[in-house]
Design a protein around this ligand. Structure first.
Ligand code: ACO
Length: 430
């Protein structure tokens, strides 16, 4: 039987060393090169982590070639069809599906943590009204640790659990208030008799002056969006949360770092960028012109909502959300010309040599904005909505990391390409 190892030879010095290969339950094996520096005096260089696994994790699995996404082993399409967001939160955090009793207890716990400290309300008034809601999110989520000291003991399981519950429960309140503040409107308190998504829409759109009924189609669609965005392996924001948490920073501070990382248009900000792009295209007849730009290496324009580091096939979430977008528009009797442009753009791009060659398919962000527009959510809130769904992924990954046997601060190395050592020259001699 051949040994499950890989030998690395430094051809310059002739030194060589053997490294163990680790195999997970699915997916490619990894070479454990933790002792590379000790054995060969070298580091590896992999900007953008193209071939580097940063940790072991049992939470999510993606097969990018087959277009498969599993949450704790369950395929995303089965969860999207049969589960709901709070059950998915339980699954991701605790590692198994809850019994009926556990589900009821968990939902009850979450819906009783939805209020935020009154002092946190005052924070909003320090922001400019025209601030991007994600800017407000970064600030307010970061401030949570200033209000919830009692759950900051990261090595105490119950304390971690309370922080997780607080984050899942309070994120919709914080998000909805970011929107209401931008409009100069009153901040509705959460209503614990409503479902999770329903309560969020209530806080987004209700007024104290009249009764507000949440449209069940909109609530179901919001719940689906959160389910599909809940967790996604070691993406940029999740890796950010892990890296921040590896310094033993508290969970609120670590998650706020993730909110910042999510904001960028190459990550969670893409849903907002997709709508802006579709508006810019304006008409199906303009699609070829934008495709020419996307193909042009001298033009930095990219088809937003297309392409993914891991999926080299249709993103399974995009398939579900595309179908849901059609259903929501039909059920809510919304005629959105951007949906027609999006579908035509997808149809043309998927037949285009450039996109075929590079295996560029629509990702989850391509259609999620269409649904949100139909519900009445403004474009600037799309990434904020992503934050609500992804919080469970962040906090589950953080909790997984904190309970690993060996605790190490995340500390990448570098290939130094700066000046060689030189002597200081006094200013009078320069
Ligand atoms: N439009 C046009 N060309 C593209 C696109 C796109 N959307 N995405 C990738 N390409 C091209 C690149 O120009 C490159 O071409 P080249 O080989 O001729 O240089 C090739 O495809 C590979 O692209 P990379 O940038 O190397 O791929 P990477 O894995 O680093 O990037 C990313 C992935 C960031 C998602 C990229 O596809 C992109 O920018 N997409 C648009 C933004 C987007 O939709 N982001 C959301 C991602 S999903 C999420 O975070 C929830």
């Amino acid at each position: 039987m051949p040994k499950d190892t890989v030998t690395i030879i430094d051809n310059a010095t002739g030194k060589q060393a053997e490294f163990p290969v680790k195999r997970g339950s699915h997916g490619p094996a990894v070479i454990d090169i933790a002792t590379l520096n000790k054995e060969l005096g070298m580091f590896t260089l992999d900007p953008g982590f193209l071939s580097t696994a940063s940790c072991e994790s049992a939470i999510t699995f993606i097969d990018g070639d087959k277009g498969i996404l599993l949450y704790r082993g369950y395929p995303i399409d089965q969860l999207a069809e049969h589960s709901d967001f709070l059950e998915v939160c339980y699954l991701l955090y605790y590692g198994r599906l809850p019994s009926k009793k556990e589900y009821n207890h968990f939902s009850h716990m979450i819906m009783r943590h939805t209020m935020v400290h009154e002092g946190l309300r005052d924070f909003y008034h320090g922001f400019r009204r025209d601030a991007h809601p994600m800017a407000v999110m970064v600030g307010v989520v970061g401030a949570l640790s200033a209000f919830y000291h009692d759950s900051l003991d990261i090595y105490e399981p119950r304390s971690r659990e309370i922080s997780a519950h607080r984050l899942i429960a309070k994120m919709p309140t914080i998000a909805a208030w970011a929107y209401r503040y931008s409009r100069g409107e009153p901040f509705p308190y959460p209503r614990n008799d409503l479902g999770y998504a329903e309560n969020f829409l209530y806080m987004m759109f209700s007024y104290p002056t009249e009764e507000y009924r949440v449209n069940p189609v909109a609530a179901k669609a919001m719940d689906l969006i959160s389910t599909l965005h809940a967790a996604h392996e070691q993406n940029a924001s999740t890796s950010t949360v892990r890296l921040a948490g590896s310094s033993q920073a508290n969970p609120f501070a670590s998650v706020s770092a993730g909110v910042g990382a999510l904001w960028g248009p190459a990550h969670g900000g893409a849903n907002e960028a997709v709508i802006k792009m579709l508006e810019q295209i304006g008409d199906v007849k303009n699609i070829p012109r934008f495709l020419d730009r996307a193909r042009d290496p001298k033009d930095n324009f990219r088809l937003m909502g297309f392409g993914h580091r891991v999926y080299k096939n249709y993103d399974p979430r995009a398939k579900i959300i595309r179908q849901a977008a059609g259903d929501v528009l039909r059920e809510m009797k919304v005629n959105d010309p951007l949906f027609d442009i999006a579908m035509k753009l997808e149809e043309i791009a998927l037949k285009d040599e450039y996109f075929i060659e590079r295996k560029l398919y629509p990702n989850v962000d391509f259609y999620s904005g269409i649904i949100q527009r139909a519900i009445g959510i403004p474009t600037s809130m799309f990434t904020v909505i992503f934050t609500i769904g992804r919080t469970i992924g962040w906090i589950s990954q953080w909790a997984e990391m904190i309970t690993e046997k060996v605790q190490r601060i995340g500390r990448p190395r570098q290939l130094y390409i700066g000046e060689k050592t030189r002597d200081y020259v006094p200013i009078s001699k320069r």
